[in-house]
Design a protein around this ligand. Sequence first.
Ligand code: UDP
Length: 237
Amino acid sequence: MKTDLLYEGKAKRVYQAKDKTGQLVLDYKNDATAFNGEKKEVFIGKGRLNNEISAYIFKALNEQGVQTHFIEKLSETEQLVHQTEIIPLEVVVRNVAAGSITRRLEIEADTPFTPPLVELFYKDDKLGDPLINDEHALFLSDVTRSELQEIKAKALEINQQLTTLFETVDLKLVDFKLEFGRLASGCIVLSDEISPDTCRLWDITTNENLDKDVFRQGTGDLLEVYQKLLNRLEART
Ligand code: UDP
C-alpha cells in the first residue's frame, strides 16, 4: 500500500501511496514528545490509539461536510489521505484558558473565552513555533488574505462541530491545534491529525485530563487515558 518514505515527523511517518498518485499513507508512531521535543518517551500502542482517534474525528468531520485530507483508515496505525502541501501555520482555537496562554498573558487557568480565541503560530521547530499575527502569516506562507480569513472561519466552525461531538462523550474541548494543506487543485483543506496529542479534553464532571497533558505534566498514564478517550468515542450511538 505504501512506497517511498517522504517525511518523518515527531508523531508520524508519511509515505507515498502505492499506485495512487496524489495520495499519501500516514503511519502513526509510538513516540510522545513535549516541550518542543525536550521530553520524549515511547509508548507501545500510542500509534494505534492516535490513528484510531484521529480517523474517527476526521470521518465525523467529512460526514458533516468539512473538507479534509482524510480518505480512510488502512490498518491499526495507518490511514490514507489526499496529498497536500502543508501551510506552515498552526491554528489554535481556545475555548478555555490552559497551557501557553496562561503563562504568556498571565490569564488564570480555566477562564472561559466567549467567543473562542483563534491564534496563529509559525510552524518552525527551530524557532519554537512562535505566535504570529495575520501580517506575519501572509508574509511567511503563500496564503492570500481571503484564504487566511477562510482558514480562521473554518477553524471556528470545526470548533463548534468538535465541541458538540465531545460533549456527547462528556468531554469539554478546552483547546486544540489544526493544520491546513493545499491540494493539487489549489483548494485548502483540513490536514494533519486531531488527537489527544493536539487537543485538551477535560471530563465535564471531574475535570480529568484525557489528553497529552498527562504526559507533559507527568500526572497520569498516557496509554490508559488515550484508550479511555477512544472507548468513549466508539461507544457513541
Ligand atoms: N498544540 C499542538 N502542537 C503544538 C503546540 C500546541 O498540538 O506544537 C496543541 C496543544 O495540545 C493544545 C493547543 O494546541 O491542545 C494549545 O497549546 P498551547 O499553545 O497551550 O501550548 P502547550 O501548553 O501545549 O505548550
